[in-house]
Each structure stands twice: as C-alpha cells, then as structure tokens.
Design a protein around this ligand. Structure first.
Ligand code: DC
Length: 223
C-alpha cells in the first residue's frame, strides 16, 4: 500500500512521539490505534462493564458508536459523538485497553475503521500492535520500535511525573509487564514482528534519532 507507514511495538517504546513527528515531517496523517482501544475501555470502565467478559464486551461493541475524524492531520476518536480527549491517557485505561483488545469482538469492531483511515492514499503513519501484521500487512514501510523494559518503564515514569507529579508510580513496572504479557500472548493479533519489517531498538536513541533513521529508510527506498 503506497504511502502507508506502520509502527508497531510494545508500550513505552516511543511509538506515539515518533509517529507524530514522522507524520508532521512527511505531511501524512497520524493514526494512533491505541486510542481506539483506550476509548472503548474508558467507556467500559465508566459503565462498570466487566472487561473480562466477552458477552458484556459484545454488548458494549454493539451499542457504541466509534468514529474517527481528521482534525489538522491528527485522527481523533469520537465515542457516541464525544471526543474522548485525554481522559483515556491513564495507566488504568491502558491496562483495561490491553485486556479488552484480546477479545475478537473488540478487534473486529475497530478493524474496518482503521483500514478506512488508511484508504485515502494521501499518506498515513499508523501506530499500534498489529498495524503491520493485520491492519496494513501490505504497507509500503513497516517498522517495529522496541526498547528494553527498564528503559520503557523509565520513560513511562518520566511521562507520568510530567503530567501528574510524583504520585502513582508504584504500579508502572507491574502494569507495563502485565501489558507486555497480554499484548504479546493473546491469540488474536498479538504483538509480533511481521514479515518485511524493519526493527529499531530505541533503548539508547532519542526521538529525533529514531525519526531520522526512519526517514532515511523511507527516502532511500523512494529514491
Ligand atoms: O498504544 P497504547 O498503549 O495506547 O495501546 C493501549 C492498548 O491497546 C495496548 O496495550 C493494546 C491495545 N492495542 C492493540 O491491541 N492493538 C493496537 N493496534 C493498538 C493498541
């Protein structure tokens, strides 16, 4: 698929920051697919839905309207007509998103939305866990962004301190390990390196170095 760049990888590897910067540099739209799972998880938590019950999640999926709108190049998620905004950016919602994302009914609901976002041909950077393996297997460029777990925990802690101050850091390590396990061991669309994917280990790289590595790859294959 022309003009489709996928970036997969575990939580805390820097995917969002890198993808945003890359999309801005290439003037592509940016699709954060984790936001879709987070948005559904947020609604589930708010309505006391059991995130481990496939029957309750099936009901949630059939009664929830999820839409995507392109606002200034950033694709924004709307749930039942409302922009979910930053409320979905907590560790609690991230972990619940990871839990519900293992259920096929949830993945099926969100699959066509993601593909439609990439169908325009105008260029997209799509970030998540199964972008290169399931959603856009024929993407022009596929990357897997990794970093060791200690570094990913350190980055997530720094991010949380910047947002909320020093509280609530105890669970970061536990939550990250739980997410790694859930996201890579699930049966449906697990986190995996799909064929024709370039792996980048960002453990000792900063964001701009990763962006430059990706841009070099993209421009050398375009040339
Ligand atoms: O990227 P993120 O941390 O915002 O994603 C939250 C959770 O959503 C992640 O732990 C697993 C799930 N997810 C997924 O299963 N597939 C994707 N393409 C993106 C996210």
């Amino acid at each position: 698929m022309e003009n489709v760049i996928t970036i997969d990888g575990p939580a805390g590897a820097g995917k969002s920051t890198v993808s945003k910067a890359l999309a801005a540099r290439l003037q592509y739209v940016y699709l954060d697919t984790g936001a879709l799972y987070r948005a559904l998880a947020y609604k589930a938590l708010k309505h006391n839905i059991n995130v481990n019950s496939s029957a309750e999640l099936a009901e949630l999926c059939s009664t929830t309207d999820v839409t995507l709108k392109n606002i200034d190049g950033k694709i924004t998620v709307y749930v039942d007509g409302n922009d979910v905004g930053d409320k979905i950016r907590t560790e609690e919602v991230g972990l619940a998103a990871s839990t519900i994302s293992a259920f096929p009914v949830v993945r099926e609901k969100l699959l066509s939305l993601q593909r439609e976002a990439g169908a325009g041909g105008g260029g997209i950077v799509a970030e998540g866990r199964d972008m290169g393996s399931v959603v856009f297997p024929d993407a022009q460029f596929k990357f897997f962004l990794d970093a060791n777990i200690e570094e990913r925990i350190r980055r997530r802690r720094t991010e949380l301190i910047q947002k909320n101050g020093p509280g609530g850091l105890d669970s970061v390590s536990r939550d990250m390990q739980a997410r790694d396990h859930q996201d890579s061991q699930r049966k449906t669309a697990p986190l995996t390196v799909s064929p024709n994917t370039i792996i980048i280990d960002s453990t000792s790289l900063d964001i701009s170095q990763v962006v430059e590595i990706i841009l070099e790859r993209v421009s050398s294959r375009h040339a």
